[in-house]
Design a protein around this ligand. Structure first.
Ligand code: ADP
Ligand code: MG
Length: 552
């Protein structure tokens, strides 16, 4: 409803729908956004805490991963959804830095709220934030250093810092799982990296992450090829093949059932016999066509008839059926085989190769290892860990590591972490703010303060006093020799993080600043929330217990 001219009420919305406008709408969106950020803030960094999420069905997930927590939280309020979107975008674009992005967005909103309370207009804040984001990204470019795809030491550091923030991979001393995993992640990413138009590009889909509970994290391995979670179909088929010749088929090795309602008239026992013999002959011909290529194993995306299995086994050709399409693509990349659709087209030119193929029993289940592929353009990380919960978190750590390493390779630039980059960017923003002047400078300064939420949170997680830490860090950074000073969360003190090897890809930081500021701007721009019938605007959001704003 709205007030029409002359005080008459003009009904523009159906009954039951509701509307919230102006400062109320802003206040609520900000509160919700900030609440979402608060929910993940304590997980930041290597001393961050884990969260236990329990679904309605009672399934539990224990994680420290921002994106996972937010996705599992099932939020309902539209502003909360926008915050979750930040984490998802960050995850998709760079694969790491999700918590940082969300926490930064929350802080941008909180600081904007304070400015609004002081009577600064939203459009002034929006302009200031935009200027600040652009300037921060420019400074990031100048501050960042170069990292080369061949600099393995550097890439391993990036991988292990990224993975080290997950509790499963931390604090176990040198020779820890983190080191084993960092080696694996760097090798895997390097192997699938491709030079495209003079730039490195990494398609992380080419790295399969397969996992099985049992064993320890150190048993995790990199397979030069593909691990297929299926068995070889027939007990008489060879279970281990060296220098294997491979065929990939995306057609069924069966007689296709007629789809239309055609009936076959069979009137005598002889006819049945003839019919079956004809079928068997066709199936046997399929096997002959495969054998003629010299293939030793067939991976089929569809089904394989028992008769075909029998004849293949007789010829000592192994077979795996109902292989997932995504696995078929990886097999093609790893072995060089060409996927064949029509059996009549099959020739030895379609063969692929693998140094070894073996069916192994892992934790009681058969899996087919297609390994030792020469120059494999698709690889598998086979993750092992004692229990399902640990296994899942290790996988999330590995995926963060893959994201970080590929971001570093693609952009070729790194920055120092542990909050040092954030302090540095905040300082350059404050300098910039005085140049801009006007009311916008207040917003630019608010943006700078927001960036400092990262070192502040890291300090808190280590049990340090956040205010003292910030004061000390700002002083170090004022003096240009201290630009690499950040929070040593392990020893709970301010330290030179360059010496500690705390580095991260510039691209991850860049994306975090971009998506956080975009989301904050989006929420600040809303001054009217209209919701459909039966759904109060705001009101019953999915987030319980929102912390009060500005009470610190
Ligand atoms: P995100 O989801 O944002 O990646 P993380 O929990 O992975 O969150 O934490 C990342 C932050 O932790 C970064 O700011 C990074 O610089 C910092 N960090 C990681 N390892 C260390 C360390 N050993 N010492 C200090 N800071 C660290
Ligand atoms: Mg991380």
């Amino acid at each position: 409803m709205a007030n029409g001219q002359g005080g008459q009420q003009v009904v523009i919305l159906p009954e039951g729908s509701s509307r919230m406008m102006g400062r109320d709408a802003q206040r609520q969106n900000i509160a919700v956004g900030y609440a979402v950020a608060s929910a993940v803030r304590t997980t930041l960094g290597p001393k961050g805490m884990d969260k236990m999420l329990v679904s309605e069905m009672g399934d539990i997930v224990i994680t420290n991963d921002g994106a996972t927590i937010l996705t599992e939280m099932n939020v309902e309020h539209p502003a909360a959804k926008i915050m979750v979107e930040i984490a998802k975008t960050q995850d998709k674009e760079v694969g790491d830095g999700t918590t940082s992005a969300v926490v930064l967005a929350g802080e941008l909103l909180k600081n904007a709220n304070e400015l609004l309370d002081k009577g600064i207009h939203a459009s002034t804040i929006l302009r200031g934030y935009k200027l600040a984001a652009t300037s921060a990204l420019e400074s990031l470019n100048t501050i960042s250093g170069k990292v080369d795809i061949n600099d393995e030491k550097m890439l391993k550091k990036i991988a292990s810092i990224s993975m080290g923030t997950k509790s499963v991979a931390t604090n176990i001393g040198s020779g820890s799982p983190k080191d084993v995993l960092a080696d694996i992640v760097v090798n895997a990413v390097k192997q699938v990296a491709e030079m495209k138009d003079g730039k490195w590009s990494v398609d992380l889909d080419l790295i399969k992450v397969e996992k099985k509970a049992g064993g320890s994290i150190e048993d995790t391995s990199l397979i030069q090829g593909v691990l297929i979670d299926k068995e070889i179909v027939h007990s008489e088929m060879p279970k281990k093949i060296l220098n294997a010749k491979i065929i990939l088929l995306d057609t069924a090795l069966e007689i296709e059932k007629t789809e239309t309602d055609s009936k076959i008239e069979i009137t005598s026992p002889e006819q049945i016999g003839a019919f079956l013999a004809q079928e068997e002959k066709m199936l046997k011909e399929m096997v002959d066509k495969i054998a003629a290529t010299g293939a030793e194993i067939v991976f089929c995306q569809k089904g394989i008839d028992d008769v075909v299995q029998h004849y293949l086994a007789k010829k000592k050709i192994s077979a795996v059926r109902r292989v997932k399409r995504s696995d078929m693509e990886k097999l093609a990349r790893a072995t060089g085989a060409r996927t064949v659709t029509l059996l009549n087209d099959l020739s030895s030119k379609d063969l692929g190769h693998a140094g070894q193929i073996e069916e192994k029993k892992i934790a009681g289940e058969a899996m087919v290892f297609v390994e030792k592929c020469k120059d494999a353009k698709s690889v598998t990380i086979f993750v092992r860990a004692s229990t399902e919960h640990v296994l899942n978190e290790v996988e999330r750590a590995i995926r963060d590591g893959m994201g970080a390493v590929s971001s570093a390779i693609e952009e070729g630039r790194f920055v120092y972490g542990g909050g040092s980059i954030d302090i540095e960017l905040a300082q350059s923003l404050r300098d910039y703010a005085t140049k801009i002047g006007g009311r916008e400078q207040l917003a630019i300064n608010a943006f700078a303060d927001a960036l400092e939420i990262i070192p502040r949170t890291l300090a808190e997680s280590a049990g340090m006093d956040p205010i003292d830490t910030l004061v000390e860090l700002r002083a170090k950074h004022k003096n240009k020799t201290g630009v690499t000073f950040g929070v040593n969360v392990i020893e709970a003190k301010v330290a030179d993080v360059e010496k500690l090897g705390v580095i991260e890809p510039a691209k991850v930081k860049k994306q975090a600043i971009m998506s956080a500021s975009e989301a904050a701007e989006m929420l600040l721009r809303i001054d009217d929330m209209i919701s459909a019938r039966g759904r109060p605007a705001g009101g019953a959001g999915g987030m319980g217990g929102m912390p009060g704003m500005g009470e610190e």
